[in-house]
Design a protein around this ligand. Structure first.
Ligand code: 5GP
Ligand code: MG
Ligand code: MG
Length: 184
């Protein structure tokens, strides 16, 4: 699949699986007292693979909601100006909400999302992200669950795209520079 476009595999399919199981176990322990009232909010489209695998790995029941946001900026960096493309279908007041994210880079998208969702008065609000980049530490966003801290490189696969491609890869990898320069 995508022959020659992937320069290297950063995180393998098995490494992702193991991490998803580990995170789900941790979340399960922490939310035990929530009494089966956990609401996962996945951010489309990047988090969709992580969200569905995570929900299935989670020992306790959880409800699934999705939100789609677009941060203005180029295809490889975000500006922090966020627009809601699809809002939640339900009220989250008094619910234990866990935001499920694919990746935190500048943290601007997440910081906006946290403000937006906390204004809806959830019982609790935490973040679980599969990937985090170094710049994220500069922004003061509390992220309780992190799968992998990765280097400052543009990655694709397992939900993450470049120009809407590569989301369907089962692993996370870096792109061959020729992909950017020829602009497939
Ligand atoms: P932030 O607002 O934290 O800078 O960016 C978050 C969003 O930018 C992610 O949800 C994702 O859509 C995009 N993004 C940031 N880094 C990467 C990356 O390495 N690869 C891909 N495909 N998207 C990224
Ligand atoms: Mg995202
Ligand atoms: Mg994208």
């Amino acid at each position: 699949m995508y022959d020659g476009d992937i320069a290297s595999v950063l995180i393998s399919e098995q490494q992702i699986k193991d991490k998803v199981t580990e995170l789900a176990k941790q979340v399960d322990e922490d939310y035990h007292q929530a009494g089966g009232d956990l609401l996962l909010v996945g951010v489309l489209k990047g988090a969709v693979m992580f969200m569905t695998d995570f929900a299935r790995a989670l020992p306790q029941p959880a409800q699934l909601e999705f939100m789609a946001v677009s941060s203005y900026g180029s295809s490889t960096s975000s500006s922090g100006v966020v627009r809601i493309l699809k809002d939640l279908d339900r009220d989250i007041a008094n619910r234990h909400v866990l935001i499920v994210e694919d990746i935190i880079d500048s943290g601007l998208t997440l910081s906006w999302l946290l403000k937006n969702l906390s204004s809806r008065n959830p019982a609790s609000l935490e973040v679980c992200t599969l990937l985090r980049k170094p710049d994220a530490v500069q922004v003061d966003v509390p992220v309780k669950y992190v799968g992998f801290d990765i280097p400052n490189e543009f990655v694709v696969g397992y939900g993450l795209d470049y120009a809407e491609r590569y989301r369907d890869l089962p692993y996370i990898g870096t792109l061959d520079p020729k992909v950017y320069t020829t602009g497939v």
